[in-house]
Design a protein around this ligand. Structure first.
Ligand SMILES: NC(=O)c1ccc[n+]([C@@H]2O[C@H](COP(=O)([O-])OP(=O)(O)OC[C@H]3O[C@@H](n4cnc5c(N)ncnc54)[C@H](OP(=O)(O)O)[C@@H]3O)[C@@H](O)[C@H]2O)c1
Length: 698
């Protein structure tokens, strides 16, 4: 059996001894604490020389990876000089530590998929964790380094690797704040203001990197407020450290030290084990050897969930806008002034607000999928009402959406959705997606899916159409705005389920092209196109209206068949409450809104509690799934995507919200009333018709 000795400058109270197997060999491992006494440590090194197969030296302050020479050498040199005098291989574990930083980050990013993408990462010491910072910079630009605050007492943070490098070289302008202009390497007692700066930085971060050495000193005074819900990256997270972080509500601990033994041991012990197993001196083992052993032995980093439950919080942003100038009155100041100002005041506000830079309307929290994944995000508002967006060129809206995307990225969002009219103008998100620095989705796949999900539910509950499983439904359907992004995919989906689809639009060429393409996909369906929908309204059982008419009169509800179901997908709605009130025998539903899983919280978006528009739900589903990619853009929505997002939605606990109309949610009783009235009118019409015809014959 080979003997491994770990001489630690830490406390002798934590000494241990155990036997283990590694790379097919048996080892006895013994830790001896020198209680901070360097001479005692040196004495022990000499004592164990030639008796041990490898010696690890632990709990020394590792040299910074970047810093002036006077900071990188001090500690390391003493040990190196001593190590050279003895014959047994000696290691501080520094090589393994550096290799494992990189390995563990890449491993977590790969295994959990986009884990660090655009995360907001705070390094309590960027100089100590420079290797981690370099790798992290590949995944996110949102890096903050607290080195000046913690080590030099300067109340400034650094926000880039380049800045950190300049600071480490002593050439950062921040250092002008110091009389000595010289870096230190110690955690300095924080003054009140610095303490405030640091606490705020911790609260804003989603991930905090804490150096191993001086771990408790770095986290002194932190509470649930700073660490609650965070991911902590550190090395060698012993039980006491895990307990400390658990008490402060930390969600995830990523321990960069590879876990090869049941017991958590420091990198020097693992590196000593490797040296002894390979029977090599420390300078004979290079980074590649270490990486090979790490990957062959599956020495994965330890991911600890202090609460015992797997946790992952992904982040999204979603752009909204006021639906009309009346919505602007929700702003208190506007409402107050519009109370006595002439009506032109609101017109002026509408025009001016369209130019405003985007602002955060609400934070969204508490979305929790049954898979355990969580999502949080921001609703970012741009100022333009549909009228204003249509009055300007598409570039006007693109500029504001790109500003919103930059803002979203800075806040740590990993995907951004475009709400209502922001994706109607121009090319439906294509240009924005090309230029934005984070993935964009219009949410239209889920909007289309939600609209038909709701229509199907309404058809079932109305019970006026026979549905035989496995067979096409013998009923007539119509889509208004059929050539649009949502309209066209609704046509495709209806064609798969119903006997007959009438596609209504304004542009015959576009309608013909759509007809051709659906005929190729679904040859058995009866397809008609029209630019005059009113002619067919009286025969339609199901109507979907998805135009961007922005409140213009789109269909004459008085001509619709009694008992018809109209799904109004448009925002603003294509049918006004006054129109809907004209036909109590017709079920008008406001497309398919989605009920989010968990306990979502956000400011009012005009829908009850945990209900959101399907396009927002698409953005959230993609965030929960960690699918940070351009999902739906442009007007050619693939129906495979509609199916995919529907399935992903079910996986993450999304439900179709109770179907609602202009007066709120429809109860079964409401629906029965509509149906009974429709049946009555149909019967009366039939009687009239037979009466007239028999009367005619008489
Ligand atoms: N409920 C939700 O969750 C949700 C989600 C996303 C979008 N929406 C809303 O859904 C609607 C459609 O969005 P989209 O992305 O599909 O828009 P789109 O691609 O621009 O399509 C709009 C369609 O409406 C037609 N149209 C425009 N003005 C019209 C008018 N005055 N009369 C008749 N037809 C008219 C267009 O016809 P042409 O081809 O002839 O121009 C086009 O077919 C919008 O109101 C949008 O705000 C709702």
């Amino acid at each position: 059996m080979k003997q491994i000795i770990s001489i630690s400058l830490g406390s002798s109270k934590d000494d241990y001894e155990f036997e283990t197997e590694f790379l097919g060999q048996l080892f006895a491992v013994k830790r001896i604490g020198a209680d901070g006494d360097m001479d005692k440590a040196a004495q022990m090194l000499l004592e164990w020389d030639k008796k041990a197969d490898a010696i690890g030296v632990g709990n020394i302050k590792f040299p910074h990876a970047i810093a002036p020479r006077y900071l990188t050498q001090k500690h390391d040199d003493k040990i190196k000089t001593l190590g050279k005098r003895i014959q047994t291989p000696v290691t501080t574990g520094n090589s393994l530590r550096n290799v494992s930083f990189e390995w563990s980050l890449r491993y977590v990013e790969h295994k959990f998929g986009n884990y660090f993408k655009n995360a907001k990462v705070l390094f309590l010491s960027g100089m100590a964790n420079y290797k981690i910072a370099k790798v992290m910079a590949e995944y996110t630009d949102n890096l903050t380094f607290a080195d000046p605050v913690i080590e030099n007492g300067i109340s400034k943070l650094i926000h880039s690797i380049k800045g950190l490098e300049r600071y480490a070289k002593g050439s950062h302008e921040i250092l002008d704040w110091l009389p000595s202009k010289r870096l230190t390497s110690s955690v300095v007692p924080l003054k009140k203001w610095n303490n405030y700066v640091l606490r705020k930085a911790m609260q804003k971060a989603t991930i905090i990197v804490v150096p191993y050495y001086n771990f408790y000193e770095y986290l002194k005074g932190t509470t649930l407020e700073e660490l609650g819900g965070k991911t902590i990256i550190t090395s060698t997270a012993y039980t006491d450290r895990v307990e400390f972080l658990k008490e402060r509500g930390v969600d995830v601990i990523i321990d960069t030290t590879p876990k090869i033994l049941e017991r958590v041991v420091a990198p020097n012990v693992i590196e000593a084990l490797i040296l002894a197993a390979l029977e090599k001196k420390s300078d004979m083992v290079n980074d590649d050897d270490l990486l090979e052993i790490i990957s062959m032995q599956k020495m994965d980093p330890r991911v600890v969930y202090p609460s015992g439950k797997e946790k992952r919080v992904n982040r999204f942003a979603f752009v909204i806008h006021p639906l009309s100038k009346e919505f602007l009155k929700k702003e208190k100041a506007v409402d107050f002034i519009s109370g006595f100002a002439p009506p032109v005041f609101l017109d002026a506000v509408e025009k001016v607000i369209a130019y405003a830079p985007p602002w955060v309307y609400s934070k969204v929290t508490g979305v929790r999928s049954p898979t355990g994944a969580e999502a949080e995000g921001w609703l970012i508002s741009v100022g333009g009402t549909p009228k204003q967006m249509l009055a300007h060129s598409p570039e006007f809206t693109y500029t504001r959406l790109l500003q919103a995307a930059r803002m979203a990225k800075r806040m740590g969002a990993q995907i951004m959705g475009l709400g209502a009219f922001t994706k109607v103008v121009g090319d439906a998100g294509v240009t924005v997606a090309k230029k934005a620095e984070i993935p964009i989705t219009t949410g239209n796949s889920y909007s289309a899916s939600g609209a038909l999900w709701a229509a199907a539910d309404a058809v079932r509950r109305m019970g006026l159409i026979d549905i035989e499983s496995g067979k096409k439904i013998a009923a007539k359907t119509m889509v208004l705005g059929a050539t649009g992004a949502i309209g066209s995919v609704c046509c495709r989906l209806l064609a798969k389920a119903f006997d007959e689809v009438i596609m209504a639009g304004r542009n015959t060429a576009k309608l013909l092209a759509l007809q051709q393409s659906i005929n190729n996909e679904t040859p058995e369906v009866k397809l008609k196109i029209t630019t005059k929908p009113d002619r067919f309204l009286a025969d339609m059982d199901v109507i979907v209206t998805a135009t961007s008419g922005a409140g213009k009169k789109i269909l004459d509800i008085t001509k619709v068949k009694p008992g018809a179901i109209i799904t109004d997908v448009a925002r603003p709605l294509d049918l006004s409450p006054e129109d809907v009130a004209k036909r109590p025998d017709v079920l008008v539903i406001e497309s398919g809104e989605i009920e989010l899983p968990g306990n979502p919280e956000m400011k009012n978006i005009g829908l009850p509690g945990n209900i959101v528009y399907a396009c927002l739900a698409e953005t959230i589903v993609l965030a929960l799934e960690g699918r940070y990619e351009i999902f739906t853009v442009g007007r050619e929505i693939e129906w495979e995507k509609v199916r995919e997002i529907y399935k992903l939605g079910l996986k993450h606990g999304m439900k179709l919200a109770a179907i609602s109309g202009v007066n709120g949610v429809f109860s079964d009783e409401d629906i029965h009333k509509v149906r009974d009235l429709a049946i009555k009118i149909r019967e009366e019409r039939e009687l009239d018709a037979t009466g007239t015809s028999s009367g005619g014959q008489a």
